[in-house]
Design a protein around this ligand. Structure first.
Ligand SMILES: Nc1nc(=O)c2c([nH]1)NC[C@@H]1CN(c3ccc(C(=O)N[C@@H](CCC(=O)O)C(=O)O)cc3)C=[N+]21
Ligand SMILES: [Mg+2]
Length: 292
């Protein structure tokens, strides 16, 4: 006999938080001289990136954040990109700057991110913000990991005392989420694509966060009964009928009969990433204009 997991509805939580952000922005607008502003820099014509950027701009509009995005041609030089970032650092209307990743191969993404003023780094990827996270100091937090923490909070899941296992060690997700779960008093284990006998490790997890970018790597037999499964993967795969679809790093159909809670893909972590970007932008706006 199997019981189906509670499905963590990231889309609903994202809409709820975006609604709260909209009211907050409306209220702040009465004492502020301008709306919050976000600049998304995109280089080249990667269709997936273009879709994400459109999605971010649409969400900004809904919440009342002004978009100052710039779209550069594929052959843009590092100097042009660095100059654009420098200009946005100086632009008082802009509270947040994000460089859409991945960049074309000839460009240095690390140099670009390091060039963003840490107080406008709404992606939380600047070394100063990652350092603040490591030291437990306030600062802008990476959107996807912060989105995961917000989902846990919304579902009344307290990491304290729980065994949390993260599969994946990226600077975008794996490493920052490990630090956030540690700060929330979980016992944290880091595993990754090269960990031998991954199942033996993941089966101990009360909270299992998977962010390795391998479609459906985690199967039901690797999940502890009743575990909270957070699937950060977004993989575009082609099914046997030749149709393209999105799938996570977890085999959802089997894992949902073992887990206690599970995030679907799409509709789980993805919408929260965008929401936390908006929240970080509003937070930066409040701090920059002294609106507290
Ligand atoms: N500097 C930077 N910061 C990022 O945060 C960043 C980035 N670059 N580059 C690309 C990745 C990817 N990413 C997603 C955001 C939202 C969804 C999202 O909303 N997904 C929906 C559906 C999307 C669909 O249908 O294609 C969902 O999962 O339900 C997904 C992926 C942010 N990224
Ligand atoms: Mg790996």
């Amino acid at each position: 006999m199997s019981k189906t997991a509670v499905i963590i509805d990231g889309k609903a939580v994202a809409e709820k938080i975006q609604g709260q952000l909209r009211s907050q922005v409306e209220e702040l607008a009465q004492k502020a001289s301008r709306p919050p502003g976000l600049a998304v820099l995109m280089v080249g014509d990667n269709p997936a990136s273009a879709a994400y950027v459109r999605n971010k701009e649409r969400s900004c509009g809904k919440v009342g954040i002004a978009s100052y995005g710039r779209h550069f041609p594929e052959q843009t030089s590092q100097e042009e990109l660095m100059q654009a970032i420098a200009d946005l650092n100086e632009d008082d209307r802009v509270d947040g700057i994000l460089v859409q990743l991945p960049l074309p191969k000839h460009l240095d993404a690390v140099a670009a991110i390091n060039h963003i003023h840490p107080d406008k780094d709404v992606d939380g990827l600047h070394p100063v913000n990652l350092g603040r996270l490591m030291r437990g100091e306030p600062g802008l937090c990476s959107c996807t990991p912060a989105g995961v923490m917000a989902l846990l909070r919304e579902y009344g899941i307290d990491p304290r005392g729980k065994q949390a296992t993260i599969v994946g060690r990226s600077i975008l997700v794996g490493k920052p989420i490990a630090l956030m779960l540690l700060a929330a008093d979980a016992t944290v284990t880091m595993a990754h694509s090269r960990s031998p006998d991954l199942g033996a490790i993941t089966r101990n997890a009360d909270i299992l966060v998977v962010a390795v970018g391998r479609p459906e790597l985690i199967t039901a037999d690797m999940v502890k009964p009743g575990a909270i499964v957070i699937d950060v993967g977004i993989n575009r795969v082609t099914d046997y009928e030749g149709k393209s679809r999105l799938t996570g790093d977890v085999n959802y159909d089997s894992a949902k009969d073992v887990a206690g809670f599970i995030t679907p893909v799409p509709g789980g972590v993805g919408p929260m990433t965008v929401t936390l970007l908006l929240q970080n932008t509003v937070e930066s706006y409040i701090r920059r204009l002294g609106l507290e």
